[in-house]
Design a protein around this ligand. Sequence first.
Ligand code: F6P
Length: 320
Amino acid sequence: IKTIGVLTSGGDAPGMNAAIRAVVRTAIHNGINVKGIMRGYAGLLQEEIVDMESTSVSEIIHRGGTILYTARCQEFTTAEGQKKGAEICNKYGIDGVVVIGGDGSFQGAGKLSALGINTIGIPGTIDLDIACTDYTIGFDTAVNTAMDAIDKVRDTSTSHERCSIIEVMGRNAGYIALWCGFANGAEDVLLPERYDGNEQALIDRIIENRKRGKKHHIIINAEGIGHSVSMAKRIEAATGIETRATILGYMQRGGAPTCKDRVYASIMGAKAVELLLAGKSNRLVAYKNGEFVDFDIQEALAMKKDISEDQFRICKLLVR
Ligand code: F6P
């Protein structure tokens, strides 16, 4: 391996810059050239490829977002797009690629690998929804951002004795919602993996809590359930308690990465390059059972994970 490329793909996540920095510096340390591929697979297909030096990644470890920009690319899901991508890698002398992103990005990484470009994936998403790993870059920062925001909503919710529905991101996964449920002591946590749509039960709990003297009722609603605004209207109509919806949205994707996101992303970036140096391809770097490991991409994509029933039970029992 003489030259590797690095790209970020899909939704950005705080800590991606730390991973890029680690990829670039580990490669240079080992005498390998690095090219930054801008805007994910879309930039690859447009040949937006730049040389990277050690100084290209100075002053970024503490910054959210991704200096390489990111995109979701339809064309790269086609066989033609993938073939073109591999040809462009060959044209630029790129014999290894590190892809930082989520499951969709890894599908593409697997295809590049099958076309002869050694490819390694690093899990980067605030959603924590990648089955083979207990850690994904950005989740820790996002969940801390959401927790802080929910604390603030709680202050005003209590002052006004309101019910508040706070919607957090996560696509179809409820990890951010569950963690905030614990960390914010929310009265209700609605997870796409578990919610049965029984709004009447929710309404009954709100009325019951108010009778017991509770000043607020915080409902954390996951994006995968959504409809927070209409839910608030229905709850207000049924309970007579003022109810407001707050959708936290993209603020959860930005901001300075936490210490954990900087450290884990750095280790994963370095590991990805070390796998390429060892001649590996079609692997995903993961953190499992307390260790940094790697998995075959297709095997990793076939894995399933679910919210822990036990953790959800404990989260609920702690709220009184
Ligand atoms: O995957 C990260 C994420 O922020 C999800 O939580 C959310 O569903 C999605 O991306 C939003 O995507 P977009 O940036 O395309 O609006």
